[in-house]
Design a protein around this ligand. Structure first.
Ligand SMILES: [Zn+2]
Length: 262
């Protein structure tokens, strides 16, 4: 990492570049579309709905993997049940309004009730269920949507295996501050098998993963832009210096900070 930073600094200096301020970028992967309290459903979002039984529908993109996941879970003797799936804007509006009403019933004023409701039911236009790629799954033996759901056998299985089928437990217990949503040990979001494998292994939630990817591509683009402007021989010499040990880092960083002095 140290070497990498120095290379970046040297390249940036040689090319007269400023280091970038990291900004979130589009990954270009539709499967990683971010929908959360701060990112609304894309206006041109379209779904191709497929029935999955009991009145539930999902977008065709995740249908095969969802069926495979539920089947594998059942094959292990468990009883997962889809409790919620694709939602229209109208359905989401009704759910949200109900939740606001509930909190007002507890004595909260309109604004406070709305805020409280938003951590439990996504504000219309910001629910992953509107993507057609999210499902709430419960264990047949315990169908309540609360934290105890995490202790059920079906949920334990899903938490361990959903990534193998392209799904993520989207609102983990320790990420509420980042996702803006309470711990939901029943909400699974489809991101495709390759993405799910990487994200699960990283231990990051989707927001953190996307931020990390954006930073990586910013760094790559900056280094590449700088390298493109330095003669290859110079790059080779800098690289040789940088791979010769810590003592040289000090000389190089010393020189860089001298140059950077106002
Ligand atoms: Zn959900």
């Amino acid at each position: 990492m140290k070497k990498f930073l120095i290379i970046l600094l040297v390249c940036a200096l040689c090319a007269g570049f400023c280091l970038p301020v990291f900004a979130e970028e589009e990954t270009g992967d539709r499967l990683l579309t971010l929908v959360n309290p701060w990112n609304t459903l894309p206006e041109d979002w379209t779904v191709e709905l497929v029935n999955i039984g009991n009145g539930h529908k999902v977008d065709k993109t995740c249908y095969d993997d969802l069926m495979a996941m539920l089947e594998a879970c059942r094959a292990d003797g468990l009883s997962p049940q889809v409790r919620s799936s694709y939602r229209t804007q109208k359905t989401q509006e009704q759910l949200y309004a109900n939740k606001v009403r509930q909190w007002k019933g507890y004595g909260y004023d309109e604004e406070a009730a709305r805020k409280k409701a938003a951590t439990i039911v996504a504000v219309p236009g910001t629910s992953e269920h509107q993507l057609g790629w999210a499902v709430d799954i419960v264990d047949e033996s315990y169908q309540v949507l609360d934290e105890r759901q995490a202790e059920t056998a079906a949920q334990q299985w899903l938490m361990a295996h959903s990534w193998e089928y392209g799904f993520l437990l989207r609102y983990p217990i320790d990420k509420s501050q980042v996702t803006g949503i309470i711990y939901e040990p029943w909400h699974y979001r489809y991101v495709g098998r390759d993405n799910a494998k990487k994200i699960f292994a990283s231990g990051l939630c989707l927001e953190e993963y996307l931020e990390q990817e954006a930073q990586r591509s910013d760094v790559k683009a900056t280094v590449q832009a700088a390298l493109d402007r330095i003669p290859v021989d110079t790059v080779r010499r800098i690289f040789r210096l940088l791979t010769r040990g810590d003592a040289l880092f000090e000389i190089i960083t010393g020189q860089i900070s001298d140059v950077m002095k106002p």
